[in-house]
Design a protein around this ligand. Structure first.
Ligand code: HEM
Length: 566
């Protein structure tokens, strides 16, 4: 009798499973799924190379008409790389799936995790803090922080292959913490040593939980040492950020500086995002202290990993493609001229650099996947995506879509210079997502990347090889090994004093006086690119470089250029 009942139950479950998986108009199923359980065992098998597994699924989706289906028990997920379908879902499904909630427990409910009408209201309220007029006021701060990063990099220039990650992450953190929290330089330690490190670790824990199904249920997760550590970190973050909010509140109240117009600024330079939020909380009573803390944490967390990964990739790419680097250098030199800082007008002149950044974001995509919850059945020409399922949108797949042409996988910044060489369908490019929930910080990120890359390229010649790197998935794609770069000081026309060129038997004997920048004093060695008023052959090589201090802030370099001509 029992055997009969058991057989009937198993039979019903299997039929249910078969029916739901092969629901009429269901997309193709990714191979290897087990009845009822689905695909989790494959994730466990590939846990050491999760990115390899995710790439396989994305490729399978491209090869099978742009959609593929997977499941874990009752949860169905579609991986979509068809540009039309991705566009449709990004615009119509605005809710995030359950695993985004893991972030709420730790950093609060900010724009990334909010759903429904609250997201709509907060998103509308916060967008003014990222409009172009406000971003322009952040530019001087980005220049200052870029110069600090360059000065730090100078200490390792000429010392062979080095790891520059710390300089990059500090640049990103300091700029974003100062522009969003309004922290002054004296508070630098709070940023460098406490807040950011705690947020970074929280993010790592949340990411681990998201990728490991067995710690999804709170009843299990709450008993883990990971959760205990997470709670400690949450406390650290709260204890740091609450006093900052309270202090700023008390500073602003007496002067009634709340009204958010871009002319009133903290320390006479810019107005941080925190001020806008305090204004909204004071005048309109719409944001609580908890909301403010959640939004600030979200901005720092959302920008830190992403923008530093892209900046790192961009510098690696420049080091791997010397011709591209040379062209960026020429453009940057023309735009900077003799100035120390880039202005808002300079931003639009850095056309080639913008192409390079866009191509880095396409080929070395920072956020390769994002997810949405499907709230009502979506009927597509071939398939129906069922309500209650999760949709993984493959940005990685879009960026390799056949409409990019046969060279889709190649790094070619030139394609951005001529609109005719770009795909006609705009949906195949989405490094910052698209639709209504796209990245609020995308202009901020572009401005920060342009400024920092321009400052670095102006000062250094970079050598690296990005093609040796392998990648791991942690929401943001990161290299599995430490990427190393060679930095060599270069000198453009800035700082260049008198130049005398004396022809000799083998070529040209060049004597150059270089006025050395403050931060380079005592370290002016390495290779210098000299842009002479006369055009030398490309194959010119410089040798016999000698240097000696002429006075406090200039050096004399003498060198012989073999031109092959006389
Ligand atoms: C190169 C750097 C960046 C990249 C590649 C990037 C990418 C993305 C992507 C793909 C999303 C969609 C995520 C999803 O729907 O699951 C997103 C959302 C978001 N990003 Fe960024 N981001 C970058 C920089 C920034 C910066 C600098 C900030 C803030 C200062 C920021 C704040 C946000 C926020 C708040 C959201 C959630 C928007 C919403 O749902 O309303 N991001 N970003």
């Amino acid at each position: 009798m029992y055997v009969l009942v058991l057989t009937v139950i198993i039979g019903v479950l299997l039929s249910l499973w078969y029916w739901t998986r092969n629901y009429p108009r269901s997309p193709p199923i990714y191979p290897g799924g087990l009845p009822i359980i689905g695909h989790p065992h494959i994730i466990i098998k590939y846990r050491k190379d999760l990115w390899g597994f995710l790439q396989n699924i994305a490729d399978y989706s491209v090869e099978n008409g742009g959609i593929v289906q997977l499941w874990a028990g009752p949860v169905t997920a579609y991986v979509v790389s068809d540009p039309e379908v991705v566009g449709n879902i990004a615009n119509t499904c605005l809710e995030k799936p359950f695993f985004y909630n893991f972030l709420i427990d730790s950093i609060g409910n900010g724009l990334i995790t909010l759903n429904g009408p609250t997201w709509r209201i907060h998103s509308k309220l916060l967008s003014p803090s990222f409009n172009q007029q406000v971003l322009n006021t952040f530019l001087p701060e980005m220049n200052v922080q870029s110069r600090n990063m360059v000065a730090q990099m100078t200490t390792v220039a000429g010392k062979g292959p080095v790891d520059i990650k710390e300089f990059i992450t500090q640049y990103i953190l300091r700029s974003v913490c100062r522009t969003s929290l309004g922290l002054e330089s004296k508070d630098q330690d709070i940023i460098d040593n406490g807040y950011a490190k705690a947020l970074e670790e929280i993010f790592r824990i949340v990411c681990y939980r998201g990728l490991n199904v067995y710690v999804h249920p709170s009843c299990i997760y709450n008993w883990t040492s990971m959760r205990r550590r997470e709670l400690e970190l949450v406390k650290i973050v709260k204890n740091m950020i609450n006093p900052i909010i309270q202090k700023r509140k008390s500073e602003l109240k007496p002067t009634k500086m709340y009204n958010y117009d871009s002319s009133t600024t903290v320390s006479g330079k810019f107005k941080p995002t925190l001020d806008l939020m305090l204004d909204l909380s004071n005048e309109q009573n719409v944001l609580s202290d908890d909301d403010i803390r959640a939004h600030l944490n979200t901005f720092v967390a959302a920008s830190y990993d992403t923008t530093s990964a892209v900046l790192h990739n961009a510098l690696m790419v420049l080091g791997s493609y010397p011709d591209v680097q040379e062209r960026v250098y020429e453009e940057v030199r023309d735009v900077f001229q003799n100035n120390e800082e880039l202005t808002k007008h300079d931003m639009s002149k850095l056309v080639y650099l913008e192409g390079v950044i866009k191509e880095v974001l396409r080929v070395y995509v920072a956020v390769p996947l994002m997810a949405r919850k499907i709230d009502a059945d979506i009927v597509l020409p071939k398939y129906t995506l069922r309500a209650g399922s999760i949709c993984i949108l493959s940005i990685y797949g879009l960026h390799r879509h056949p409409s990019w042409g046969p060279d889709a996988k190649e790094f070619k910044p030139e394609r951005w210079l001529n609109p005719d060489t770009l795909p006609t369908n705009p949906n195949v490019y989405a490094p910052f997502s698209f639709g209504k929930r796209n990245c609020i910080g995308k202009q901020y990120a572009m401005m920060s990347l342009k400024t920092s890359i321009a400052h670095v390229v102006r000062k250094f010649r970079i050598t690296a090889d990005i093609n040796v790197l392998k990648w791991r998935y942690e929401i943001v794609l990161k290299p599995t090994t430490t990427p190393l770069v060679n930095l060599t000081l270069s000198s453009g026309d800035e700082g260049l004093g008198e130049v005398s060129v004396i022809p000799n038997r083998t070529g040209l004997h060049v004597v150059v006086v270089v006025h050395v920048h403050e931060c380079l004093q005592g370290k002016a060695y390495g290779r210098w690119t000299l842009h002479l008023p006369v055009r030398l052959q490309v194959e010119s090589r410089r040798r016999n470089v000698t240097n000696g201090a002429a006075n406090k802030d200039s050096y004399i370099f003498t060198s012989t250029w073999e031109t092959g001509h006389r």
